[in-house]
Design a protein around this ligand. Structure first.
Ligand code: FES
Length: 81
């Protein structure tokens, strides 16, 4: 069985208000559009303690910093291609 990709998006107030609220929707839309929902575990997390690098998203334990709704698409493309 293929291992699922784990995407953790910081929903702490700093990351959330600085863009992860939109980024969450972008990720959900991307997964749906590419039929990836079954291959991914998408979780919202409390503050990772990295607010100064935020908004942050973790994919399989790798932390991505300064996320916005554009660069998340590049990261998703890179992750799933
Ligand atoms: S709110 Fe996201 S790291 Fe603190």
């Amino acid at each position: 069985m293929k291992e699922k990709v784990v995407i953790q998006i910081c929903m702490g107030s700093s990351c959330f208000s600085r863009g992860n609220n939109k980024t969450l929707k972008v990720i959900q839309h991307y997964l749906k559009e590419h039929g990836l929902e079954g291959d991914v575990v998408l979780k919202g997390n409390h503050c990772f303690g990295d607010c100064s690098k935020g908004p942050v998203v973790k994919i399989n334990e790798r932390l991505y910093e300064n996320i916005n709704s554009d660069n998340i698409l590049e990261i998703l493309e890179h992750t799933f291609n």
